[in-house]
Design a protein around this ligand. Structure first.
Ligand SMILES: NC(=O)c1ccc[n+]([C@@H]2O[C@H](COP(=O)([O-])OP(=O)(O)OC[C@H]3O[C@@H](n4cnc5c(N)ncnc54)[C@H](O)[C@@H]3O)[C@@H](O)[C@H]2O)c1
Length: 418
């Protein structure tokens, strides 16, 4: 078995943490048990490009239990947990290509190593497998049955491929499942982004002016958790509906240029580029902390910040202090990469339980139904989404009401009124 990881001897810590995460992933575990009996992925080769974490390890175990042959690589150069990668190789026999802090060349070498297996199914977080297959490895496209995509940014890339008529195989947008983006993006990114900021800086959030750029699912979660920790939260948006929602949720809303003058901490979660740039750095307070939790490290214009600085020094692990010519300092966390994954451990397992249950079931759905699907981006089938919600509630011991026959009739009839 081929692999490229930091150090196999880290597996002992990896397996302990993977098993700990598994305790909080009952939905995925129940799928793993069924997959073990039914082997729905027998003979299917899956290339996965995901954050290589304990939760991802449990997803890989599940696919393997289902009979799949797997190769996994990192979807971000900084998000790999080296001990999880070691355990994937040593304890679970899964070909893994991921090293925390890998450079761009190694990152793409790892993507190519995963694709060397000639996959039937691609499982992406950010669409890097899909884009590599569609550019430099086109001859392999004919073997691919379909794919899945984990995140908002990847879905946006894939939809634009579909619109341009260049997408060569069907993809299920796992991100769009309600049991994914309403929970993982909001509660997962919300909590873990704050966790990343705290681990990197150890600041007191209470009393700070905390600026969140982007009020999508991730932004809502991050803003709510920052407010819960006592911050004065400011939201910056470009969409009037989202901005209005933020106002009604009780936040101050203003353009980034105004927020830049008053913020102590800035988090970008937009999926957009250069949201924080030179004109904003020019007016920021000395000591401001800037970080990103959106998918790519382009939300903060780091080259511009570098250009404005006379010196850059490492202040702490994951904190680079940019000393500007006028004497102010701006602190950048985690190189502008996903702060929750780079400086902390990503989302808690119990929320990834639902996201990865979607991944596993969508891989099964793709294996069974690919012949019926066109070269399009599909939403997760509603049946899968509702099944996951129901099972998650069951595992939490939460019971809910059922419609009575009378209510069913009432809700499906147009003739019954007052
Ligand atoms: N850190 C993580 O673990 C994690 C988890 C899930 C998603 N993501 C990523 O986070 C990003 C956001 O995801 P989401 O699901 O919240 O997306 P979303 O589309 O729901 O929200 C993004 C918001 O940003 C706003 N926006 C766009 N450009 C802006 C700008 N220049 N200034 C201010 N606001 C702007 C949009 O109007 C939108 O409301 C994506 O890149 C996604 O892939 C990260």
């Amino acid at each position: 078995m081929q692999f490229d990881i930091k150090d196999k001897s880290l597996a002992r810590s990896g397996i302990a943490r993977i098993e700990w995460a598994d305790r909080f992933m009952p939905v995925l575990r129940s799928i793993r048990e069924r997959f073990g009996r039914e082997k729905p992925l027998k003979g299917i080769r899956v290339a996965a490009c995901l954050h290589v974490t304990t939760e991802t390890a449990n997803l890989m175990r599940t696919l393997k239990a289902g009979g799949a042959e797997i190769r996994v690589c990192a979807s971000n150069p900084l998000s790999t947990q080296d001990d999880s990668a070691a355990s994937l190789v040593k304890d679970f026999g899964i070909a893994t290509f991921a090293i925390k802090g890998e450079d761009k060349k190694t990152y793409y070498a790892h993507i190519n190593a995963a694709l060397d297996m000639n996959p039937h199914i691609t499982m992406d977080d950010g669409a890097d497998l899909v884009s590599t297959l569609h550019t430099s490895r086109r001859s392999q496209l004919e073997n691919v049955l379909g794919g899945t995509e984990e995140t908002t940014t990847g879905v946006i890339r894939l939809k634009s491929m579909e619109m341009d008529g260049v997408l060569e195989y069907p993809i299920i947008a796992v991100n769009n499942a309600n049991t994914k983006h309403l929970f993982d993006n909001r509660y997962g990114t919300g909590q873990s982004s704050i966790d990343g900021i705290l681990r990197a800086t150890n600041i007191l959030i209470a009393g700070t002016t905390f600026v969140v750029c982007g009020y999508g699912m991730c932004g809502r979660g991050t803003a709510a958790r920052a407010r819960g920790a006592g911050a004065n939260v400011v939201i910056c948006e470009v969409d009037p509906l989202r901005a209005l929602e933020a106002v009604m949720d009780g936040y101050r809303v203003m353009p980034v240029q105004e927020a830049a003058r008053i913020g102590d901490v800035f988090v970008t979660v937009t999926g957009d580029t250069h949201v924080l740039r030179a004109e904003h750095f020019k007016v920021m307070k000395g000591g401001a902390i800037v970080c990103n939790s959106g998918h790519f490290n382009v939300e903060i214009d780091i080259p511009a910040l570098r250009k404005m600085s006379k010196k850059v020094k490492k202040a702490r692990e994951f904190v680079e202090c940019f000393q500007l010519r006028d004497g102010r300092e701006i602190n950048l966390l985690a190189d502008g990469r996903l702060v929750n994954l780079a400086a902390a451990e990503g989302h808690p397992a119990s929320v990834m339980d639902m996201s990865f249950a979607n991944q596993a079931l969508c891989a099964e759905h793709m294996a069974k139904n690919h012949k019926k699907l066109e070269k399009k981006v599909y939403d997760v089938p509603e049946k899968i989404d509702r099944w996951i919600a129901k099972l998650k509630l069951d595992t939490m011991g939460v019971k809910i009401d059922r419609l009575t026959k009378e209510q069913e009739r009432y809700l499906s009839s147009w003739s019954l009124g007052t």
